[in-house]
Design a protein around this ligand. Structure first.
Ligand code: EPZ
Length: 420
C-alpha cells in the first residue's frame, strides 16, 4: 500500500484548481440509470470512488466510458442486481437503489456496510422507498426493494442527526418516475443534492425546492439523456484553504464556490485566516496570529462534518483551547490518536475533542483511517518538523484527485512512495 512522505515547514504558495465534487458526481452517475439514453457528465474527478461507481454501473449492464474529466453513461439495458462485492466496498453505492427502483421497479443490492466513522444505517432510505409504495426486505445481507407501482407521497425523511444526504438523493431519484406528487420534508440541503436535482431536471424531471428542507417531485413517465457539469468540490476547496492557513502561505483556489463554503469561511475568518474573493477564485492566507475557535458540525448550511478533521489540524497548531464537537457521525475522531503521534494535545470528551493547540508538531509515521482523517494527517504533516509518513493513502485517493501533485505544485515537499 502506498504512502505519502512529507517534509514539513514549507509555506504553500501558488494556485490550485478545485476538482468536481465527489459527493455530487456519485449520485449523478447513479441517476443516469433512470434513462436508456446517453448521459454526458463533465468535470468528473479522477477518484477511486468514481472508478468504483463506474464498475458498479457496468455490473448492472450500463455502458460507462471515461475520457479525461468527461464521462459518458448509457444504461440502455440494465438489471436490478449488481456486483455485491463492489457494492459492499463503497458506502456511496447505496444511491443506485433509488434509480433502479424508479426505472425497473425492483432492485437487490448488498446492504452497504458501516465504516470507521459510524454505523451508517440506511433505515431512512428504506422508509422513503416504502412511502412510495415499495416492499423492502433485508435477506442475507442484501436489500431487496420492489414496487409494482410507485406512487407519490408526502414523507418526513429526518433522522436522529437531521437530514440524510444520500437518503434524500435516493428518494428524489425514485420519485421522478413515480405516479403523482412526492413531497420530502426534512430533505438534505447540501449543494450536492441541488446539483443532482439540477441534473435530474435536465433529464426531464420536475423537481422544485432542492436546497431547501422541502423538496417536491412531480412524477413523469420517462426521463431522457442530459449533459451536465458537476459543481466544484467544496470539501476539497476547504481542505486546500486550510492547507494555506496551516503552512502560513498564500494559495489561490480556482473554481471554489464561496457560496458553498459560508460556514467554513466564517470559522476561518474567526480563526484569523483571510479569504478574499477574486472573481471565481478564492485567495487564502493568514491575516495575523491564528485564534482558537469552537466548532460543532451540523447539516448544511452548518459547519460540514467532512471538514471537521481538517479544522482540527489547524487548531492543533493554533495557541489556545479549541473545542470541536461532532454531531453527525458517532465515531469521526479516528484522526485524533494519529494527530497525537505528531505531538498534538487532544482530549476526547464524548462528542467533543478539546484541542490544546500551539505546541510545535514533529513528524512521525501515521496511519490513515478514513477519507477526511487522512487529509487532516497530510495537513499536519505539512507543518510538522521533519518527516511525516502517511500510510494507507488509498483512503485519501478515494476523495482527493492527485493530492500529492496538487500540493507539490504549491511547493510542498511531498512524495508518493510504495508503502511498506
Ligand atoms: C453523505 O453521506 C456524504 N457521502 C458524506 O461524505 C457526508 O459526511 C455525509 O453525507 C453528511 O454530510 C456522500 O455523499 C457519498 P447521511 P451519507 O445519510 O448520505 C444518519 C465524505 O467524506 N442516517 O447524510 O451516507 C447517519 O448515520 C463522506 O465525503 C441514519 O440514521 O450521510 C448520520 O449520522 C463521508 N439513517 C446522519 O444520518 C439513514 O438511513 C447523516 O448521514 C441515513 C443516515
Amino acid at each position: 500500500m502506498d504512502k505519502l512522505v512529507i517534509e514539513g515547514g514549507v509555506p504553500l504558495r501558488g494556485e490550485v484548481t478545485i476538482s468536481g465534487a465527489k459527493n455530487a458526481v456519485l449520485p449523478i452517475m447513479a441517476a443516469a440509470l433512470l434513462t436508456p439514453e446517453p448521459c454526458i457528465i463533465h468535470r468528473v474527478p479522477d477518484l477511486s470512488d468514481v472508478k468504483f461507481m463506474g464498475q458498479i454501473l457496468r455490473s448492472l449492464g450500463a455502458d460507462v466510458q471515461s475520457d479525461g474529466g468527461t464521462m459518458r453513461i448509457q444504461a440502455a439495458q440494465i438489471r436490478g442486481t449488481g456486483d455485491y462485492d463492489l457494492i459492499r466496498k463503497m458506502r456511496g453505492s447505496v444511491c443506485i437503489l433509488g434509480p433502479l427502483l424508479g426505472r425497473l421497479r425492483e432492485a437487490s443490492v448488498s446492504l452497504p456496510g458501516g465504516c470507521v466513522i459510524g454505523a451508517r444505517p440506511v433505515d431512512l432510505h428504506l422508509k422513503g422507498f416504502r412511502a412510495l409504495g415499495a416492499e423492502v426486505k433485508i435477506e442475507s445481507g442484501n436489500v431487496l426493494v420492489s414496487a409494482p407501482r410507485l406512487v407519490g407521497n408526502e414523507l418526513f425523511l429526518g433522522g436522529r442527526c437531521g437530514p440524510t444526504v444520500l437518503g434524500t438523493a435516493n428518494v428524489m431519484m425514485a420519485a421522478t418516475l413515480a405516479e403523482g406528487i412526492t413531497i420530502i420534508e426534512s430533505a438534505a440541503c447540501e449543494p450536492e443534492v441541488v446539483d443532482l436535482a439540477n441534473f435530474l431536471n435536465e433529464m426531464g424531471a420536475k423537481i422544485t425546492g432542492a436546497g431547501s428542507p422541502t423538496v417536491t417531485i412531480a412524477g413523469v413517465k420517462e426521463l431522457h439523456g442530459a449533459e451536465h457539469e458537476v459543481i466544484p468540490d467544496r470539501i476539497e476547496a476547504a481542505t486546500f484553504a486550510i492547507a494555506a492557513a496551516v503552512t502560513d502561505g498564500e494559495v489561490t483556489l480556482h473554481g471554489a464556490r464561496a457560496g458553498h463554503l459560508q460556514a467554513v469561511l466564517d470559522k476561518l475568518h474567526e480563526a484569523g485566516v483571510r479569504v478574499e474573493r477574486k472573481g471565481t477564485d478564492l485567495v487564502v492566507r493568514r491575516g495575523g496570529a491564528l485564534q482558537p475557535v469552537d466548532i460543532t458540525t451540523q447539516p448544511y448550511a452548518g459547519f460540514p462534518t467532512d471538514v471537521q478533521a481538517q479544522m482540527m489540524a489547524l487548531m492543533a497548531m493554533t495557541p489556545g483551547i479549541s473545542i470541536i464537537t461532532e454531531r453527525i457521525f458517532e465515531a469521526r475522531f479516528m484522526h485524533v490518536s494519529e494527530l497525537a503521534r505528531l505531538g498534538v494535545d487532544i482530549a476526547l470528551e464524548g462528542p467533543s475533542a478539546i484541542v490544546k493547540g500551539g505546541k510545535p508538531l514533529s513528524g512521525a509515521p501515521v496511519m490513515a483511517s478514513d477519507l477526511r482523517a487522512s487529509a487532516a494527517l497530510v495537513l499536519a504533516g505539512l507543518v510538522a518538523r521533519g518527516t511525516t509518513e502517511v500510510h494507507r493513502i488509498y483512503h485519501v485517493d478515494r476523495g482527493y484527485e492527485r493530492i500529492d501533485e496538487k500540493l507539490r505544485g504549491l511547493g510542498a515537499r511531498i512524495q508518493r512512495m510504495a508503502g511498506s
